[in-house]
Design a binder for this molecule. Structure first.
Ligand SMILES: Cc1cc2nc3c(=O)[nH]c(=O)nc-3n(C[C@H](O)[C@H](O)[C@H](O)COP(=O)(O)O)c2cc1C
Ligand SMILES: O=C(O)C(=O)c1ccccc1
Length: 399
């Protein structure tokens, strides 16, 4: 799995021969205080498959339609190669990046995914603790099974300076959106992420086959409780609406002084509109292949968005990131950082907080290693000329 003994491995030893070890927990101190979990991402995924109800595993794993985009997100990374630079004399590495809404100790954050208590009883509390311990941001979804105030509190118990962002869909009823924004602010979130790629729900065949349409008894979308127009004490549905427009983004921004990211941008023109409408940044994403099965892989859509934004705001990418090499490629193509969705769910299902810690530690360690192999000192050393189409070895731009 990992290549040879740890030779000057930088911040972590990482690459030694002893890292194998399956999924056993050894009871020693983990990154965030729990047991240390071994195993790579593929093993964690297999463990998750073994422990989860098949309907819940398929809910997490699945995509829209024929799942073309789901596969393409990962395949597109494998069509790209890195052209390392050598002898750059970078003795140390610093993986941190500063973004509107917080500093990340590694250029990887936790993308918003729904219903973590389907994966593990600790749900989003475990994810928040592991993200905080790793020094990165959890983007906590409106569709979380723990209320946002508790999610932020869990992160802050681990690290008083931890940053948690709140993801929401602009609700067709503005007072519902306003209430959600207020809850996120009161909870202490440091940024909002507005998901724009879901005017309608994606149609997921796996969910239909399992008849999986409702959360099990005892679980609910806790942020949707006690909202205007909803039953007292009960929850409202997470509404998606094709009527949502840029005017809704303007109205949402007017409610808050928090940075607002726009997630689910693929068209360069929309990225420009996002900047013009005051977005603090854009997230290039096809929702992990769960919305439209006709769109490009996320990493294939990235360069045109980066070019259109032209450095005015940071660009994030999510979709198909499965290793530190993918992180490096995305950064070289202009992403400031990447989000990971499913790998975090596999870690959570396999081993709760320690499993999520393992996923983030693997990505940090692999990214650090690849950065070193590229002669990089920090993410800024990963430039566009370092990425070439696999099979060519020729850089589009040499300079
Ligand atoms: C089970 C699941 C639930 C998701 N729920 C949300 C959500 O509520 N809001 C959102 O903006 N994105 C959601 N996403 C999309 C993720 O934020 C992210 O775009 C995607 O998972 C990235 O792809 P990856 O899983 O290949 O890393 C969800 C993804 C999954 C797999
Ligand atoms: O499953 C999803 O991808 C998703 O985005 C979502 C949205 C609302 C409720 C639950 C999940």
């Amino acid at each position: 799995m990992s290549g040879g003994p740890a030779v000057n491995g930088g911040p972590t030893a990482g690459g030694g021969l002893s890292t194998n070890g399956g999924l056993s927990t050894n009871g020693g101190p983990g990154v965030s205080g729990g047991p240390t979990v071994h195993g790579d991402l593929a093993e964690l995924r297999e463990r998750a498959r073994a422990v989860l109800d098949p309907a819940h595993y398929d809910y997490y794993a699945g995509g829209v339609g024929d799942e073309v985009v789901l596969g393409e997100n990962e395949a597109a990374f494998r069509r790209l190669a890195l052209l390392p630079r050598v002898l750059r004399g970078r003795a140390t590495r610093d993986l941190a990046v500063d973004l509107p809404g917080g500093r990340l100790a590694l250029p990887v954050l936790v993308a918003p995914t729904a219903f973590h208590r389907l994966a593990h009883p600790d749900g989003e509390l475990a994810t928040a603790r592991a993200a905080a311990a790793a020094g990165t941001v959890l983007v906590s979804g409106v569709a979380s099974t723990v209320a946002i105030a508790e999610v932020v509190a869990a992160a802050r118990e681990v690290d008083a300076g931890a940053a948690v962002w709140f993801q929401l869909y602009p609700h067709p009823e503005h007072d519902v959106t306003a209430c959600l924004v207020r809850r996120a602010e009161r909870a202490g979130c440091t940024a909002l992420v507005v998901t724009a790629d879901s005017p309608v729900f994606g149609r997921h065949r796996r969910d239909a086959e399992h008849g999986f349409h409702d959360l099990p008894e005892g679980l609910a979308a806790e942020n949707m409780r006690d909202l205007p127009g909803g039953p007292p004490g009960g929850t409202r549905d997470i509404a998606m609406s094709p009527a949502v427009s840029w005017a809704d983004l303007d109205r949402l921004r007017a409610l808050t002084s928090l940075p607002v990211w726009l997630k689910g941008v693929l068209h360069p023109r929309d990225a420009v509109l996002a900047v013009e409408h005051g977005a603090a940044g854009v997230v290039v994403s096809n929702h992990g292949g769960r919305q439209c099965d006709l769109v490009p892989a996320a990493v294939d859509a990235l360069p045109a968005v980066v070019e259109a934004v032209a450095g005015r705001v940071p660009v994030l990418l999510d979709g198909g990131v499965r290793g530190g090499g993918d992180v490096a490629v995305a950064l070289a193509l202009g992403a400031a950082a990447v989000g990971v969705g499913r790998p975090v769910l596999w870690g959570l299902a396999a081993a709760g907080e320690a499993g999520v810690a393992r996923v983030l530690d693997l990505l940090r360690d692999e990214f650090d290693h690849v950065l070193a192999l590229c002669g990089g000192r920090d993410p800024a050393d990963l430039t566009r000329d370092l990425v070439v189409p696999r099979g060519t070895g020729v850089s589009a731009r040499c300079g």
